[in-house]
Design a protein around this ligand. Sequence first.
Ligand SMILES: Cc1cc2nc3c(=O)[nH]c(=O)nc-3n(C[C@H](O)[C@H](O)[C@H](O)COP(=O)(O)O)c2cc1C
Ligand code: SF4
Ligand code: SF4
Length: 263
Amino acid sequence: MEIKRVVTLTFSPTGGTRKAADAVARGVNAPERLDLDRTSFESRWAGAELREGDFAVIGMPVYYGRVPALLTEFFRLIEARDIPAALVVTYGNQNLGDALLELSDESAAHGFRPVAGAAFIARHSFTDKLGTGRPNDSDLALAVQFGQTAAQLVRSAPDLSALSLTVPGSFPYRPAMDLPIAPATDRSKCTGCMLCQQQCPVQAINPLDPAEIDAWRCLDCARCIQNCPAGAKAIAVPALREKIAVMEAVAAAPKAPELFYAN
Ligand SMILES: Cc1cc2nc3c(=O)[nH]c(=O)nc-3n(C[C@H](O)[C@H](O)[C@H](O)COP(=O)(O)O)c2cc1C
Ligand code: SF4
Ligand code: SF4
């Protein structure tokens, strides 16, 4: 199949997945590019029709061994039929869990044909002591190569429907974690700039009071913590802070990316 356009379809609140997916897209080396970044709330109301000759790079982070619980919104209004796709997940050097399998299953259910899957390491959303500096230059070089190889597979396959991709993970997937652990705001530091409210991927922050977060709506994505110019937001729930400290102690040794191709 001739690849005429690479389409990146990503959700990346703290930017790690986006970096890896961009590198994969560079490796695909198609004449055209369409960027569908689905991180902002508004972006998930925009539709797009994918067409013959498109190759998709679909990227999501790993949340508690799953992909974030907004898959329906992520694929909403995206029309795809038999579009070959390279899947990318990033995780914070702890565990990949069932996320790549879940992304593969969901992509297939939404009209994509997964031909390759990759798990890259990125800075952990909750702490810079895990996945520090990742994806680094060598991760990104590997991501470019992964895109090249996945695209070559599609360009040379006589029959895409004969390809089958196997990725790690098991079904039923591990139970989703849905804890109401929204970040806390230090009102003495908050300047009221409203950046957090404008950038929250699920509109969980009250536009009249940026310290008020709907904990059930919040994905715990940490975007507001990382991007607050005043350093006013932080994880406050003691149980999660303790869990992070344990993770920092046991999951510090840098892990290697894993790549999978259909055959
Ligand atoms: C709610 C939440 C849960 C996470 N769960 C895991 C996990 O189970 N294993 C892991 O290694 N990293 C985990 N992480 C870290 C992210 O997978 C990692 O930082 C990812 O690269 C973030 O992607 P982004 O930068 O594109 O937002 C979690 C992060 C968040 C916010
Ligand atoms: S980004 Fe930070 S300083 Fe700005 S409104 Fe939000 S919490 Fe306050
Ligand atoms: S309020 Fe929750 S969902 Fe919104 S940016 Fe902050 S952590 Fe992410």
